[in-house]
Design a protein around this ligand. Structure first.
Ligand code: CP
Ligand code: NVA
Length: 304
């Protein structure tokens, strides 16, 4: 049976912890120069209908390092964007590839692709969520703090795809997520709130960062949301991660941002380059965690 990763809830808590052990092992192997090629002969088709630096490169390098091969497929070059159905595309791609990574706008498109494909489908971001990002971020938190359960994350900014995956991830892994955003930028509510962790939404960023171990932010204007740029920038200005906000949290608070960042908008340059920032370690870990995901989903029972 193939397994997809469309949302963090596709994994159990135990599976996530196993994935983190695997990622730590892969990170150490890479550091020591030990080669490890369990995906020899495997191929990953990577469909991108939106821009990407981290997701594209880390998956492509990840496949290469695991002995496999990645094909970068821009949406506008596929027949999919000339009217070929998702189900036909999924069936055909399943005859050639070992797995599909897709970044697109409509989440339902990814769900339909997974439904019709007989190979694993990995969600590389939709308008709704970004599971590989937040899995990797929780790994970074475990690496830096030594534990996950009970950790308080203050997500400050726009309630978006990244926030939705944070809600699922925090809930599954027993974390405390305090989201601070203006009323009109609230994330959707939904079934991902049912896990062990605590998820709360407040309006005041200073309230959210109280006793926080992590302050996390993302862009104010997500890909596809450009029409709302002016309104959102005005609304979100009080939610900027600046030194004053950092000073209101724990002394050893860590600052995270999924990137790309816009300095002096959602985060100041001072904080981004300051001593609390773990942003670039966070970006590196995308590679290690996604390699663990690729090995988990692509290596079992697939023909070469
Ligand atoms: N954080 C993230 O997914 O970055 P990219 O958009 O560069 O892939
Ligand atoms: N919320 C952002 C995340 C980018 C990685 C977007 O969707 O553009």
């Amino acid at each position: 049976m193939k397994k997809d990763l469309l949302a963090i809830s596709d994994f159990s808590r135990e599976e996530v912890l196993d994935l983190f052990d695997k990622a730590a092992d892969l990170k150490e192997k890479r550091l020591k120069g030990i080669s490890h090629s369990p995906l020899q002969g495997k191929t990953l088709g990577m469909i991108f209908n939106k821009n990407s630096t981290r997701t594209r490169i880390s998956f492509e390098v990840g496949m290469f390092e695991l002995g496999g091969h990645a094909l970068f497929l821009t949406g506008d070059q596929l027949q999919l964007n000339r009217g070929e159905t998702i189900s036909d595309s999924a069936k055909v791609l399943s005859r050639y590839l070992s797995g599909i990574l897709i970044r697109t706008f409509d989440h339902d498109e990814v769900v339909a692709l997974a439904e019709h494909a007989t190979i694993p489908v990995i969600n590389g971001l939709t308008d709704f969520n970004h599971p590989v990002q937040i899995l990797s971020d929780i790994f970074t938190i475990k690496e830096k703090l030594g534990h996950i359960e009970g950790v308080k994350v203050a997500y400050v900014g726009d309630g978006n795809n990244v926030t939705h995956s944070w809600m699922t991830g925090a809930s599954l892994m027993g974390m405390h997520l305090a989201i601070a955003c203006p009323e009109s930028c609230k994330p959707q509510s939904g079934p991902w709130l049912d896990g062990k962790g605590k998820v709360e939404i407040v309006e005041d960023p200073f309230e959210a960062v109280q006793n926080a171990d992590i302050i996390y932010t993302d862009v104010w204007v997500s890909m596809g949301d450009e029409a709302n740029e002016e309104t959102k920038t005005k609304l979100l200005l009080p939610y900027q991660i600046n030194q004053k906000l950092v000073d209101a949290a724990k002394k050893d608070v860590r600052i995270m941002h999924c990137l790309p960042a816009h300095r002096e908008m959602e985060i100041t340059a001072e904080v981004m380059e300051g001593k609390h920032s773990i942003i670039f370690d966070q970006a590196e870990n995308r590679l290690h965690v996604q390699k663990a995901i690729l090995e988990k989903l692509l290596s079992p029972s697939l023909p070469l």
